[in-house]
Design a protein around this ligand. Structure first.
Ligand code: 5RP
Length: 224
């Protein structure tokens, strides 16, 4: 199976997972990226079964609306039963690196509201130790150099993602050469640097379920 086929398989599997729990008034949290797009396309066939969605990026909101699915402002929603999103890396504790698509802050906010975070990923994303994928950090633009210097003190090698402005007006530093063995501590430490909006470690709030696309089919993993 190609990587695209694996992404489609996990997108469809996520729909099958949430389908029995959907009610007329359900609102679903929807992530960002090529795997999340597969979920959106699979979800569209069942749009009559739920009320609408909250999206973690303008790009996903547009894709949902193009399918005729309602997109709500998160402020008008008390609770989301499910948040479905991809990851750049995920470990066996279901901690993740996210933000390859620069949507990390909104992803973290929507995930914080959701009862159940379902990560959907092809098998290449499952790792023993995170850090081979550079860790995205969203910063207030004027703080970029300050944050970069502080990250160097933590042992990382930050690279400015030139030309990228996030949906929140932030800039992105991609931090190379980290071997992340204590993800919750590192997530907190980086978030405490003045000028950081948030970083792409999802360890304080990991996923609850991982649907992993493999050549033997979609595997369901829960945190070890
Ligand atoms: C976007 C993200 C995505 O979930 C992550 O980059 C994975 O993307 P893809 O499904 O395209 O591999 O965090 O900010």
């Amino acid at each position: 199976m190609t990587q695209d086929e694996l992404k489609q398989a996990v997108g469809e599997a996520a729909v099958q997972l949430i389908l029995p729990k959907l009610e007329e008034e359900s609102i679903i949290g929807v992530g960002t990226g090529s795997t999340a797009n597969c979920f959106i396309d699979a979800l569209a066939k069942h749009k009559h079964l739920f009320d609408g969605t909250v999206a973690s990026s303008e790009a996903s909101a547009q894709r949902l609306r193009d399918h005729g699915i309602a997109v709500y402002d998160l402020n008008s929603v008390d609770m989301l039963e499910f948040y479905i999103d991809g990851a750049d890396e995920v470990n066996h504790k279901l901690e993740m690196i996210k933000g390859g698509g620069a949507a990390l802050t909104r992803e973290k906010i929507v995930a914080a509201v959701a009862r159940h975070f379902v990560c959907i990923a092809d098998a290449s994303k499952l790792v023993e130790t995170m850090g081979a994928f550079p860790l995205p950090v969203e910063v207030i633009p004027m703080a970029r150099s300050h944050v970069a210097r502080e990250i160097v003190k933590l042992g990382g090698d930050p690279v400015y993602r030139n030309g990228v402005v996030t949906d929140n007006g932030g800039h992105i530093l991609d931090v190379h050469n980290l071997s992340i063995t204590a993800a919750t501590e590192l997530e907190s430490k980086i978030n405490q640097i003045t000028g950081v909006i948030t970083n792409g470690l999802f360890a304080l709030r990991p996923a609850d379920t991982l649907l992993l696309g493999t050549s033997e089919g979609v595997k369901t993993l829960t945190a070890k």
